[in-house]
Design a protein around this ligand. Sequence first.
Ligand code: FNR
Length: 186
Amino acid sequence: MTTSKSLHFVTLLGSLRQHSVNAMIARALPELAPEGVSIELLGSVGDFPHYDADLQEQGFPPAVETMAAKIKAADGVIIVTPEYNYSVPGVLKNAIDWLSRVNPQPLAGKPVAIQTASPGLIGGARAQYQLRQSLVFLDARVLNKPEVMVSAAHSKVDPESRQLVDQPTRDFIARQLAALAAAARA
Ligand code: FNR
């Protein structure tokens, strides 16, 4: 009998908002993970200062070093983010810029899945493709499919409990996590 290697994934969240729908999705991921996969939410990208090469010369900020080490040690990364002005939110791009300067660069060769959520009809698809572009430069192994773009996201969460409640969305996300696990084990 063969047993699958257990995996540990980390989640990078692109919203700082307290009642963020993307945060609700990010918090649901551990329940939706396949057997043998644990998922941990990383610290807030809001703890990173604005990227400045002069600041970097004085040493990486502790929040950057901590996140880089967790990503480096993880078997995969899930990025969950809103779309701002048809693009990646500045706070997430800023985090990616910092992480990209750490040596060894923690996202290089790392399996990555992207999830976007928006109240709009195309679920943050434009931000998702812009994020993929940056991840090419970082040499991450970005999962192609399934693509998780949660449209009308506010109707898929319960504002009281702040949980992702829409079952088809939960099932679809579970399929993506299974695909990421398969990619990480390949
Ligand atoms: C948005 N929003 C948005 N939505 C979208 O689908 N495409 C977009 O380009 C934008 N642009 C945008 C810019 C800015 C500055 C804000 C504040 C918002 C709406 C956005 O998807 C919505 O506020 C989400 O609820 C944000 O995600 P969280 O914080 O709920 O996870």
